[in-house]
Design a protein around this ligand. Sequence first.
Ligand SMILES: *Cc1c(COP(=O)(O)O)cnc(C)c1O
Length: 456
Amino acid sequence: MTKIPHRLILTEDQMPKQWYNLRADMKEQPDPLLNPATLQPIKTEELYPIFCKELARQETDCETRYFDIPEPVLDIYKTYRPSPLCRAYHLEKYLDTPAHIYYKFEGSNTSGSHKLNSAVAQAYYAKEQGLKSLTTETGAGQWGTALAEACSYFGLHLDVFMVKGSYNQKPYRKAVMQTFGANVVASPSDTTRVGRAILANDPETTGSLGCAISEAIEKATTTPDCRYVLGSVLNQVLLHQSIIGLECKKAMEIIGEYPDIVIGCAGGGSNLGGLIAPFMQDKLLGHANPHFIAVEPASCPSLTRGRYAYDFCDTGKVTPLARMYTLGSGFIPSANHAGGLRYHGMSPILSKLYHDGYLDEARSVEQTKVFEAATLFARLETILPAPESSHAIRGAIDEAIRCRESGEKKVILFGLTGTGYFDMTAYTSYLEHTMSDYIPTDADLQPGFDSLPNIG
Ligand SMILES: *Cc1c(COP(=O)(O)O)cnc(C)c1O
C-alpha cells in the first residue's frame, strides 16, 4: 500500500456539491417540533416568523436526501475548504498503538471552527429572501464569529447576544466579531424584555446559551426584515455540516480506509451529526457498521444523564418544543466549567439515533482529562485544539490505548472541530493546576428535570 500522507486535502473539483439529509434514510423520524401553545406539530409556515423560508423548509424536510449547495455558498466554501483529513502519526507513535488515527480539521478559518459551514448557508438564504439583518446568540464565541464573517460578506447587519461569562472572559472574541461589523451585546442584557426579566430575577447571573437564545429571538421577532439564526441543534444545521462527513468519506476512499470508530464532541450535536452523516447512512442502509461515540463534558451531560423528552430550546421558553435528550432548559453548568459544550439539549436527530441505538455510545469526561488530552495533542500534532474539540481527542486517545492493549488495528476517525486560541484562560488554569472538575449530583440535575414541560 502507498504511504498515507499526513494531510490529505481534496481538490476543489472533488468537493461535494450537495449536502446530505440524514433524515431521509432514518427508518423512524425524530419526533416533530411542537407549537408550545397548541402542542400540535409545527407547520413549515409557522416557522417563517423565526427562520427565513428556505431554512424553515430544510428544517421540516425529512424526505429530500440531497440538497444542492448554492453556487455563492460553494464560492465561500472554496476559500477555506476542502478541509484537511489528517493522520495523527505522531500521536499514534507516542501512544504506541496499532490503531490508525485520523482527524478532520475544521479550524483553518477565522472563526476557528466548523461553524462557518452553516453560517455561510444561513446568511446566504437570508440575503436571498431580501432580509436586512440577523440576530443570534454565542457562547464561547465561535458561532458569533462565524456568523459575523458570513453577514459581512453578504452585507447583513448582525446582533450577537454573547453569554455574559464568555463576554467578560474573552474580550478578543468580541473584538473579532466587531471587526466583521457585528454588534455584540452581553446577555442577559437590558435591551430585551426577556433579558430584563432574567436580570431582575438574578442580577449577578453570568448568563447561559438558553437565555441568550431567548433574547436573540425576541430581537428578531420585534425587528422588521430580521430573522434569528442558530448555530447548532437544528436539523438545518446538521444538514449544512454534512459537508464535513462527505469530504471525509471521499478522502478516506482515496486512501483506501474506512473508519471502525467515529468520534465527535457533542454540544448541540452539529459537528458530530455532520461528521457521521455519510457513515451513519452506511449503517442505516446496512452497508457498514462503524461504532459511533459522542463525547460530552461531565458537567453538562445531556446525552449520558439527560431525559429524552420534549423541551424548550431556550431558557425563556419562547421556542418550539423539541424532543431531545435534555437537562431542562433552565440548566446552567457549574461556574468552573471551562470547556464549552454547555447547551442543555441535543440535536433531535442525534437524540433519536441515540435513543434507537444507531449512535452507539455517549461518554462524559471531566475537564482536567480533556485538557490533558488537549495539551498532549498540541505538543505532538502542532495544533492548539479548542477545548470542545479536545473532548473528541480524549475519546480517540482512550480508544487508541484500548487498541494497544488488545492489539486491534482499528481505524479511528475523530472530528477536530477547531482551535483554542481564545481559550487560554482555561489552558492556563489547567497548566497552573487550578482547574477543578465538578460532576453535578442527581440532586443538582433535578430542578432542570422538574422544569420540563409535562407532555404525554
Ligand atoms: C460550537 C463548537 C462545538 C460544539 O457544537 P456542536 O454543535 O455540538 O458541534 C464543538 N467544537 C467547536 C470548536 C465549536 O465551536
